[in-house]
Design a protein around this ligand. Structure first.
Ligand SMILES: C[S@@+](CC[C@H](N)C(=O)[O-])C[C@H]1O[C@@H](n2cnc3c(N)ncnc32)[C@H](O)[C@@H]1O
Length: 194
């Protein structure tokens, strides 16, 4: 797929729904490497991506995942999920048009009990606090006990929300992206009742 084609899909979707898409520019390779390189991919069998957009992280995740694993990429926009289905030929990818809030049901429908990792670029700063809380509650519930949630965000709205639901949250900042982004690695999900 050409970069021009990905850019035109993401620009069109950004102009249609700026609050949902957050940025007209796909994630840079600097952001992708900074976020994904610290992860030990050999152990991961089920990875979920929220808001794959045109798929710069989706492709990089698939490059790192082992054979026989599964990547469930969930995006609200059918234009993005169709773009992924048309441009990525990989049996490990399942592209689903839905909201991230439905992650528990989506995994159940595909006979996947829990996720080893969630990667998200959906903009928590422009959605309602209620929706953000529902998405992160579902994320903490669906992750394995040793699972992790990785996030890249233009603003730091998500930071206190992660601190409530994860026992260990590390962060960094990447300048070489349009726009520059906060990165988060949240581990030790706290389950209801913890
Ligand atoms: C900043 S874009 C990320 C795009 C992609 N990672 C990239 O670098 O091109 C945010 C994406 O989140 C999706 N999105 C927003 N809210 C969502 C939700 N509640 N559930 C699933 N996807 C959502 C948007 O449709 C958009 O594709």
């Amino acid at each position: 797929m050409s970069q021009a084609s990905a850019l035109s899909v993401s620009t069109r979707e950004f102009l249609r729904q700026p609050n949902l898409v957050g940025s007209a520019f796909p994630a840079s390779r600097y952001l992708v490497e900074a976020l994904l390189d610290p992860i030990d991919w050999a152990k991961l069998r089920v990875v979920v991506e929220f808001g794959p957009g045109t798929g710069p992280l989706t492709r990089a995740i698939l490059e790192r995942m082992v054979p026989g694993s599964c990547l469930v990429a969930i995006d609200l926009s059918p234009h993005f999920t169709r773009h992924l289905q048309e441009t990525i030929d990989d049996p490990r990818l399942l592209a689903v048009t839905a909201s991230a809030e439905s992650v528990v049901d989506i995994l159940e429908e595909h006979a996947l009990a829990q996720a080893d990792m969630i990667v998200t670029g959906i903009p928590f700063s422009t959605m309602s606090a209620d929706q953000g809380n529902r998405i992160l509650d579902a994320s903490a519930d669906v992750l394995q006990g040793d699972g992790a949630l990785l996030a890249y965000q233009m603003r730091s709205t998500i930071a206190p929300m992660l601190a409530l639901r994860f026992g260990d949250v590390q962060c960094a900042y990447v300048w070489r992206n349009l726009p520059p982004c906060h990165l988060y690695w949240a581990r030790r999900p706290l389950k209801h009742g913890d």
